[in-house]
Design a protein around this ligand. Structure first.
Ligand code: VG1
Ligand code: CO
Length: 543
């Protein structure tokens, strides 16, 4: 075994997006491509030398090869202790927890999350810092800058380690611990949620169904929901992680988890269902005849926080990403705690969580999380809902209807226009930005514009500023449209249009969402000139 210095040269575009560096598998398979980015991580985080690193991924194609590459490079960079999930598997929230529990100096998650996998799919690398959260922008920018100057990287010619068995091994001088990927995470969950209450609720004849979408959430869901909570065997569908997610999008929404939503219709349907994404940080909550919008899920958890053991003392504050509906704002306002609005991406919640300013946060993209980790956490969100169902002894639909009656309802939808050229995406955003100043006071498609801006965020804890985070247009009466380009795709551009309309009630609380939003949808299409600039008459994905 010997440390090697291997010559290389920079690749353009090794710039992490909303959540890590995501590229086609074929890009990551080029000689030195992965190595260069990993080298940039080690150089940007000097504490890893002599420190502890956590490593695991969602099991997608290329996971095993990448794990072995990173093990050799970690050894060559003098990492003292490396913790790896068995078979190279760890969910994103599990990595976050392991970093915090073991006082690690960071973690690497191999995942492109909800993006498809397989040889023609996507691969991704995320770095999480010592607080357990996604690298903040200053750190990802440092990695990118380093990646553009590389002339060599350090590796080792050591043999591959055995990922199949739990136990201690060595690579060079580095201690490698292959661990059960589920155990620590499952233990954490039992400190947060009332397992006895859920067990009793299930034992009383309630029925549940989970969809792990052939991704890494499977082993966690089987252990927690079936082994520990006593849900019948088979309650977790698609539970074995597959390298290509069986050809699907591991994205828990009504389009890609259509089977699950269909199974929840009608009087014979189960009482509760949830689906998780590739790396098990996202969740979709479904009740009988009721798909819960992620923005509403956050608001319901905030409103009922004191019923959950984790939040028994109440919430210091909450946060949502800017495009997420303002349902949680209404709850925070009525119940008297702070509510922060952050840019898209979990990295922006980290400082608020670390400072204790918030304990619960979420995004419209099926992400919900809290202060127990520094990532969104899909299985935890499902457990919180089960805990609420058990305590309140009401159905998901009843809980939603009572919530809307109390706080009003934010009709909400996201329309994605996928596969645009980068130029078209840029042109749509540039067109919106150029017209912002003149919009207030004008009428678009029958709606009066009250305010329009390009969202900029000043972090209340460290004062860092992130500008150009998305265009917000607010209409008279409180409806809103938000526009931004995706930062997780690997081809062209995806335009995301977020649509929202508030109805205070008591009338009008039971409308069909797209119908309730029809005027806002038309105004947003006109504002962004989507048909003229992109030639699209309808969105590709509506959630
Ligand atoms: C999307 C979501 C964003 C989420 C991000 C990572 O980003 O909109 O809310 O934080 O994915 O989620 P974008 O830039 O494509 O809109 V995950 O579960 O894919 O890591
Ligand atoms: Co994810």
């Amino acid at each position: 075994m010997a440390v090697q210095i291997i010559p290389t040269s920079p690749f353009s575009g090794q710039k992490p997006g909303t959540s890590g560096l995501r590229k086609k598998v074929a890009v990551f398979q080029q000689p030195h491509y992965l190595e260069n980015f990993i080298e940039a991580i080690f150089r940007a985080v000097p504490a890893l030398q002599g420190g502890t690193l956590v490593l695991g991924g969602d099991g997608r194609f290329h996971n095993d090869a990448a794990v072995q590459t990173i093990v050799r490079m970690a050894a060559a960079h003098g990492v003292a202790r490396l913790l790896i999930g068995r078979h190279g598997l760890l969910s994103t929230p599990a990595v976050s927890h392991l970093i915090r529990r073991h006082g690690a100096d960071g973690g690497i998650v191999l995942s492109a999350s909800h993006n498809p996998g397989g040889p023609d799919g996507d691969f991704g690398v995320k770095f999480n810092a010592a607080n357990g959260g996604p690298a903040p922008e200053a750190l990802t920018e440092a990695m990118y800058a380093i990646s553009q100057t590389l002339e060599h990287y350090r590796s080792s010619d050591a043999a591959a380690i055995d990922l199949a068995s739990v136990g201690l091994q060595h690579c060079e001088a580095m201690q490698v611990e292959v661990i059960d990927p589920v155990a620590d995470y499952a233990a954490l969950m039992q400190t947060l949620v009332d397992f006895d209450a859920i067990r009793a609720w299930l034992a009383g004849g309630k029925r549940v169904r989970f969809d792990a979408m052939h991704a890494v959430g499977g082993p966690y869901a089987v252990h927690i929901f079936e082994d520990l909570l006593g849900a019948p065997l088979g309650s977790v569908r698609n539970a074995a992680p597959q390298p290509d997610f069986a050809g699907g999008h591991p994205d828990p929404n009504p389009l890609y988890a259509a089977d699950l939503v269909a199974a929840m219709q009608g009087p014979q349907a189960p009482d509760f269902a949830a689906a998780f994404d590739g790396d098990a940080d996202r969740n979709m909550i479904v009740g009988r005849d009721m798909v819960v919008s992620p923005s509403d899920s956050l608001a319901v958890l905030a409103a009922n926080a004191r019923l959950l053991p984790q939040f028994a003392a109440g919430l210091p504050g909450v946060a949502r990403s800017m495009p997420t509906s303002r349902a949680v704002d209404v709850v925070a306002d009525k119940l008297g705690f702070d509510c922060f609005e952050t840019p898209t991406g979990w990295k922006f919640f980290g400082n608020l969580l670390d400072a204790g300013r918030i304990a619960l946060c979420g995004e419209e993209s099926y992400g919900t999380g809290a202060s127990h980790v520094r990532e969104k956490d899909g299985i935890w969100a499902a457990l919180c809902w089960l805990n609420l169902l058990a305590v309140r002894q009401q159905s998901v639909a009843e809980i939603m209807e009572m919530h809307w009656a109390q706080f009003g309802r934010h009709y909400y939808s996201r329309h994605d226009y996928e596969g645009l050229s980068s130029e078209t995406g840029a042109a749509v955003m540039a067109g919106l930005r150029s017209r912002l100043a003149g919009l207030p006071g004008t009428v678009v498609s029958g709606l009066l514009v009250n305010a329009a801006d390009d969202f900029a965020y000043t972090d209340p804890v460290d004062g860092s500023v992130s500008s150009m985070q998305g265009v917000r247009v607010e209409f008279d009466g409180g409806a809103r449209a938000v526009f931004r380009l995706s930062g997780t795709g690997t081809e062209g551009a995806t335009l995301r249009v977020y649509l929202e309309r508030y109805v205070a009630g008591p009338d009008g609380l039971a409308q069909e969402t797209q119908a309730a939003l029809a005027e806002v949808i038309a105004a947003a299409r006109e504002l962004a000139a989507i048909e003229a600039l992109a030639g699209r008459t309808q969105a590709d994905v509506i959630t």
